[in-house]
Design a protein around this ligand. Structure first.
Ligand code: FAD
Length: 523
């Protein structure tokens, strides 16, 4: 679709068709009296295997992944950490691991923001969902996002769960329910064994709406401002610059891109803008506050085949005819939430259990299983900034992983729990010599190992946070008709993977934005 083929003015332009952008565009366009344009930089379709869960990793590093990386990270031996995120309709939900986890009640209550407490956002989590287990106080049915139990569970994942149990951790069949503590198989965003991303859940069913236009292959370069009011966006469509006018501009381009677009438009830290030669429209701490989960993986070499060898003709046939079998595995089939010390009221360390050598530290062909983990609520903060005034230049991303003693201490305590699970005798029949682990269990040895092997869990948040860049209605502070609606507004990374929260933000925002809605929430 070419911009010029449509009316060049819309009620709403939503920038970025990821988790939040798809939810928002679909919900806003329920009102036939408004026009909605959704603009996505990536393509509209992935490769044939895009909805095969076990093929998720094959999307990384392709044209469907922006494939950024950090600056050298000081606590990680100066390594640059690869930062995958989706560039396709569906955004990162089209390339992610499909784990559906929300975080704990206090994750939302602690925002301290009217309208965003757990009891106020729970209805939006429920509205999102079509849970295969049926409805209850925490789960919904009939929503766009199919949330299902895994159809296939590898024996190595079951062995890891049994080891967690013998190490003293409770089993929890619903880590999105009344309590987060404990271990269990995750629920995933799948239907009939296939990936459900934000595009298939929200957009595909409503693409024929006359008032919804979806442009793909179109990168937004900046917000068009008239004084303090947003009046549209500047885009690059098929290599040509164009302007699109809109009554309301909503950035849903994700934690790395929404700040990039704002700063390129003169909305950001005044000092940085002046240094870049960009005229200052509004001085705001855009790009500050970046958070993420730094993931470390303990790989145990296995004597039995892992998921790595499951891509067989037989498995493909089973997947295509029945939608079952190993190709429906999301790899990280189980998770756990634990407290590293008795003083904490919420789990402070998350574990991810996988029936494969996830970090590939064993080299090609090696079979393994992985006990992954990260600090649930880190305090380290980084920054997204621009290298130049060129909106097409890849931004500078510094995560500052493990830059606080709290994060280093919690990481060490969490890794000791991972080692305890790995040491359970019940795993003996599955494991053999090999793998990579800390030389010893003291903090220095663990941190040396973490610095060498850690990577991201892909959960960036907080660069346009509520309370600092946007207000509780997600309006950019001090400006008119401009909002941010994606994971970047989450004030601090939740104690969980971030897709469910990003979807909720999109759902919640639709109710805040709809024309005529009583949408003002004051901080
Ligand atoms: C490899 C990987 C695995 C993950 N696994 C899980 C998991 O198992 N469970 C989980 O809960 N979370 C997971 N996540 C995280 C989760 O997918 C994200 O938190 C979530 O998708 C963020 O939603 P968002 O709306 O903020 O942005 P995104 O979903 O990233 O969408 C942003 C969209 O904006 C587009 N865009 C960016 N810039 C522009 C521009 N200038 N113009 C036009 N369009 C633009 C992008 O192309 C993209 O489509 C994973 C992420 C990755 C990358």
């Amino acid at each position: 679709v070419k911009v010029g083929q449509n009316s060049n003015r819309f009620d709403y332009v939503v920038v970025g068709a990821g988790a939040a952008g798809c939810a928002l565009a679909a919900r806003l366009s329920e009102d036939p009296d408004c026009t909605v344009l959704l603009v996505e930089a990536g393509s509209d379709k992935g490769p044939a295997q895009a909805d095969i869960p076990l093929a998720a990793a094959q999307m990384l590093g392709t044209e469907h992944d922006w494939a950024f990386e950090t600056e050298p990270e000081a606590s990680l031996a100066g390594r640059r950490i690869p930062l995958a995120h989706g560039r396709i309709l569906g955004g990162s939900t089209a390339i992610n691991s499909m784990v559906y986890l929300r975080g704990s009640r206090s994750d939302y209550d602690d925002w301290g923001t009217p309208g965003w407490t757990y009891s106020e956002v729970l209805p939006y989590f429920r509205r999102c969902e079509d849970n295969s287990r049926g409805p209850d106080a925490f789960h919904g049915i009939g929503g766009p996002v199919s949330v299902s139990d895994l159809r296939y569970k590898h024996e190595l994942t079951s062995a890891l769960l049994a080891a967690a149990s013998s190490a003293g951790h409770a089993l929890n069949p619903d880590m999105n329910g009344s309590a987060q503590d404990g271990f269990g198989f995750v629920q995933v965003t799948q239907r009939d064994g296939r990936r459900v991303d934000a595009n298939t859940a929200y957009l595909a069913p409503v693409r024929s709406r006359a008032n919804l236009t979806v442009l793909h292959g179109t990168q937004v370069l900046g917000v068009n401002m008239s004084g303090t009011r947003a009046v549209g966006v500047n885009v690059l469509a098929d290599g040509s610059p164009e302007t699109i006018l809109a009554d309301d501009v909503i950035l849903s381009a994700g934690t790395y891109h929404s700040p990039q677009i704002l700063i390129a438009s003169g909305i950001g830290p005044a000092g940085d803008l002046k240094a870049l030669g960009i005229p200052v429209v509004q001085d705001l701490p855009v790009g500050h506050g970046l958070q993420d989960h730094l993931r470390v993986g303990l790989i145990l070499a296995t004597s039995r085949p892992s998921l790595r060898s499951m891509w067989t003709d037989e498995a493909q046939e089973e997947f295509l005819s029945l939608g079952t079998g190993p190709l429906t595995s999301n790899v990280g089939e189980a998770a756990g939430f634990l407290k590293t010390n008795a003083a904490v009221s919420e789990p402070d360390f998350q574990v991810s259990l996988a029936a494969a050598a996830v970090a590939e530290m064993l080299g090609a062909g090696g079979h393994g299983m992985t006990i992954g983990g990260w600090v649930s609520k880190p305090t380290s903060r980084g920054k997204v900034s621009l290298r130049s005034s060129d909106p097409l230049e890849v931004p500078r991303i510094v995560h500052n992983y493990l830059s606080t003693s709290f994060d280093r201490g919690t990481m060490c305590a969490g890794v000791r729990h991972m080692l305890e699970i790995a040491g359970q005798s019940s795993l003996g029949e599955f494991t053999e010599q090999g793998g990579d682990r800390p030389q010893a269990e003291d903090d220095a040895s663990i941190l040396e190992w973490v610095a060498r092997v850690a990577t991201t869990a892909h959960h960036p948040t907080s660069t346009c946070a509520i309370g600092s860049v946007v207000d509780a209605s997600l309006k950019v502070q001090g400006l008119d008709r401009l909002r941010v609606v994606d994971a970047s507004v989450i004030p601090s990374v939740p104690r969980a993977n971030t897709m469910a929260t990003a979807l909720m933000v999109g759902e919640r925002a639709a109710d805040l934005i709809r024309k005529g809605a009583a949408d003002e929430i004051s901080l």
